[in-house]
Design a protein around this ligand. Structure first.
Ligand code: CO
Length: 291
């Protein structure tokens, strides 16, 4: 059976929306701008295109490697010199895209090399994708590109296959070599996402980053919980999105069905840069869907 999605056009469209959303996020980040305002601007754009966010806009900064989205009462402002990862995605009926880029806020330019390491690694990883080829070829290319800039890959974070309504499918794409024995299959949709750091190259769990998801279908026993599940399925969502008090109450009642994500912090206190594209494994190699 071919793993090509049967509605490939829908996946391409979700990816195009995601790529424009990423660019909007990057443009919106500036000194004195609220984190929450940027997240809302990007999510509103995605909705205005007839899509939904695949997950809450992640605006992790500095030593936060991933999984931070503003809470509803977040008052933090971006500051000159912050290193911000804009990690976004749109989905159309479960056809998911996921893409990220890093921006240094203001005019400091202290982390240009780190940002370039992530960008180089993404390019090198994409170039190494072959149908039937080893995942490890991509991991090795990513690692080499980051080392070439004098930095370390964050080895605990990986790229991933994407399936309908499943942001992290069954396959991981490590950012360091020697960790995967798997192969790519033509027709797969995958996200490649190298993270580069000037720290230790590992992450630890921080506080709750305001992102959660249903682990499984909670069933119909509680209609309010069932309604919440119908809205998000197993995709990550933010409490910020639940403006109806009934939904907030359902969320509290649904706790045992939820996976709550902590912010990932670089263990060595290093700054982290990330770059990510969603790609289709085509007959000749990677086709970048979120270009
Ligand atoms: Co991803």
């Amino acid at each position: 059976m071919s793993p090509y999605p049967d509605d490939l056009d829908r996946w391409r469209e979700a990816a195009r929306i995601s790529s424009r959303a990423r660019a909007l996020g990057i443009r919106s980040v500036a000194p004195g701008v609220a984190r929450r305002a940027v997240a809302e601007t990007v999510e509103e754009y995605i909705r205005s295109q007839g899509a939904r966010p695949s997950f809450p806009v992640n605006l992790s900064r500095n030593v936060e490697a991933a999984h931070y989205t503003p809470s509803s009462d977040d008052t933090e402002l971006f500051a000159e010199g912050d290193l911000v990862k804009v990690d976004v995605g749109a989905h159309l009926d479960g056809a998911i895209a996921d893409t990220a880029e890093t921006v240094e806020v203001g005019a400091t330019r202290r982390y240009e090399g780190l940002k370039r390491a992530a960008d180089d690694a993404l390019r090198a990883g994409i170039a190494a994708v072959r149908p039937g080829g080893a995942v490890d070829d991509v991991s090795r290319a990513i690692e080499a590109a980051i080392h070439a800039r004098g930095f370390k890959p964050v080895v605990d974070l990986t790229g991933h296959s994407i399936e309908r309504y499943r942001l992290h499918g069954g396959k991981s794409i490590p950012n360091a070599s020697g960790l995967s024995g798997e192969r790519f299959v033509e027709g797969e949709v995958i996200a490649i996402e190298p993270f580069a750091t000037n720290g230790a190259g590992h992450i630890e769990n921080g506080p709750f980053g305001n992102i959660q998801r249903f682990r499984r279908d909670p069933g119909s026993a509680d209609p309010a919980i069932a309604r919440l599940f119908a809205r998000f399925r197993t995709l990550p969502f933010a409490t910020r999105w639940l403006t109806d008090p009934a939904d907030r109450a359902a969320l509290a009642a649904a706790k045992r069905f939820l996976q709550r994500y902590p912010v990932f912090l670089e263990t060595g206190g290093g700054y982290v840069a990330q770059a990510e594209h969603t790609i289709l494994v085509g007959p000749d190699g990677a086709e970048v869907l979120t270009a």
